[in-house]
Design a protein around this ligand. Structure first.
Ligand code: KIV
Ligand code: ZN
Length: 521
């Protein structure tokens, strides 16, 4: 089939901006760099890497992502003022292909926030887009809350932005209010009515408050949009954004009725989905389309029978299309380093010799405790990472006494900043006792926002993956760890989050956002 460039849909990923902005999904600097590299590798056209004016941490992350970018355009967000736009360009300019994305809320409710009337806002749009375009050839402009903006006014401001030099006009459904037919009609209307609209690209940016973000984005494409803004796993403010994996696979599988294509290597989807789930601390729901644990599971007898005869009976896409590999090859304590390397490569991890050496040691430790090591175990092993020798707090030992009558008791030894220290604490259950012991040894003011346990595989010897989210003075950190012992995994996840908070505090609130991204000036 020949592909017409008119039907090419540009994928704009905003996991690191809209996704990271959702409460609790904060990522560390290194995690952002890693996710950006995976997005670039999978063929994402544009990466919205952050909001440079928001914090020193955002600025550094966007600058570094820009420096390291290979193929993707690197974009930063800026409100409608010169300071934001200058700071944004300062960060993205290091990219081979930089983009400034500036926005202002144009609906009646949003116009009331900066207290600008229609004419004053139109003037502000003209000035700020012109300013951005003087700095950078590639400028995207968004009328925030476009789907609740008066149609005539929307046409007027889109025209102003195009005349001022915007090369992409994004139409955000900021509050997830629109529906598919309306979404398509809106883009069609703009293409029909706005002079110069045929020269620029229209983008769609949908939130999922009514569960229609994917449908709305695809409908906008049918209406003429050629850029979809989306995030991995649908991460994002409130109910999230359009999920990248859903729109990309929908276009791939239903090319018969949606004759559009993207440049995404879909076999990279599972790996990045797992990574984003880990670093954001937002697990993927089991029945989530494309990337959920059950998305390709066929439990019922009738389904299994059909699958054995012909996979297409119940499968509209092959697991391998999204990077799911055969899970039948189980590893164990007799598996060697070469087998581990090949298995990890199959799962999307390519390791250097030294890294492989370290992972092999941890794999052997796990295989000693657990007879059969499944793919999920290896993924958990890779995602948990190692306890870094230079961590401020290191767990040396943990003994827990559990009785039916309670209270439970945890005796713990930690190395904190090089000093070894021990205590015994009690609590309401073994995990509570363990967290109390950490607090006795390392007095901290962090609040527990989330404690979550997932069994990695089935069986009583299954590993547990524990996620802990802590908040202290506006900084949020997510720690994760896996172990066959749930209490040990809990202790390590808790300590992991404390170590991240420690690093952040010592960078003088680098990640602390002091501004409201929705303010205009
Ligand atoms: O949802 C929204 O309106 C946004 C804009 C900044 C594009 O995220
Ligand atoms: Zn948004």
């Amino acid at each position: 089939m020949t592909q017409n460039t008119k039907d090419r849909v540009v994928i704009f990923d905003t996991t690191l901006r809209d996704g990271e902005q959702s409460p609790g999904a904060t990522m560390t600097h290194n995690e952002k760099l890693e996710i950006a590299e995976l997005l670039d590798d999978m063929g994402v056209d544009i990466i919205e890497a952050g909001f440079p004016i928001a914090s020193e941490g955002d600025f550094k992350a966007v600058s570094e992502i820009a420096r390291r970018s290979k193929n993707s355009v690197i974009c930063g967000l800026a409100r409608a003022n010169f300071g934001d736009i200058d700071r944004c360009y300062e960060a993205v300019q290091h990219a081979e292909k930089p983009r400034i994305h500036t926005f202002i809320g144009t609906s009646p409710l949003h116009r009331a926030i900066p207290n600008l009337d229609m004419d004053q806002m139109a003037e502000r749009i003209h000035e700020t887009v012109t300013h951005a375009r003087n700095l950078c050839d590639n400028v995207q402009w968004s009328p925030m809350d476009a789907t609740r903006t008066e149609t005539d006014y929307l046409c007027r401001v889109v025209e102003i932005a195009i005349k001022a030099g915007a090369t992409t006009i994004n139409i955000p459904d900021t509050v997830g209010y629109t529906a598919p037919t309306e979404s398509a009609d809106l883009i069609r209307m703009l293409l029909d009515r706005v002079p110069g609209a045929e020269k620029i690209t229209f983008a769609t940016h949908c939130h999922n408050d009514l569960g229609m973000a994917t449908a709305n984005a695809l409908a906008a494409v049918a209406g003429g949009a050629r850029q979809i803004e989306c995030t991995i796993n649908g991460l994002g403010e409130r109910a999230g954004n359009t999920a990248l994996e859903e729109v990309v696979m929908a276009l791939k599988v239903r090319g018969d009725i949606m004759p559009y294509f993207t440049g995404i290597d879909t076999t990279k989807i599972m790996n990045i989905s797992r990574r984003v789930a880990t670093v954001s601390g937002f697990p993927v729901q089991f029945n989530k389309a494309i990337v959920g644990k059950n998305a390709f599971a066929h439990e019922s007898g009738i389904h299994q029978d059909g699958m054995l005869k012909n996979a297409e009976t119940f499968e509209i896409m092959r697991p391998a299309d999204v990077g799911l590999t055969d899970t039948n090859l189980v590893m164990g304590k007799h598996s060697g380093r070469a087998a581990l390397r090949s298995k990890l490569e199959n799962l999307g991890y390519s390791l250097g010799d030294n890294q492989l050496k370290d992972v092999f040691v941890r794999f052997k430790e796990l295989a000693d405790r657990k007879k059969e090591v499944y793919d999920e175990d290896l993924i958990a092993l890779m995602q948990a990472g190692e306890d870094a020798a230079n961590d401020h707090i290191i767990l040396d030992d943990l003994q827990v006494v559990c009785g039916t009558k309670g209270p439970q008791q945890a005796t713990m030894t930690l190395t904190i900043g090089g000093d070894i220290t021990s205590t015994t604490a009690t609590g309401d259950g073994p995990v509570d006792a363990t967290f109390n012991a950490v607090k006795e040894l390392y007095g901290h003011g962090a609040h527990l926002q989330l404690y979550q346990v997932h069994a990695v595989t089935e069986g009583t010897d299954a590993q547990a993956t524990v996620t802990v989210r802590l908040e202290q003075d506006g900084n949020i950190a997510t720690g994760q760890s896996s172990d066959t012992d749930t209490v040990v995994a809990s202790a390590k996840a808790y300590i992991n989050a404390l170590n991240k908070l420690y690093v952040r505090r010592n960078k003088i609130g680098e990640n602390q956002r002091e501004i409201n991204w929705k303010d205009v000036s």
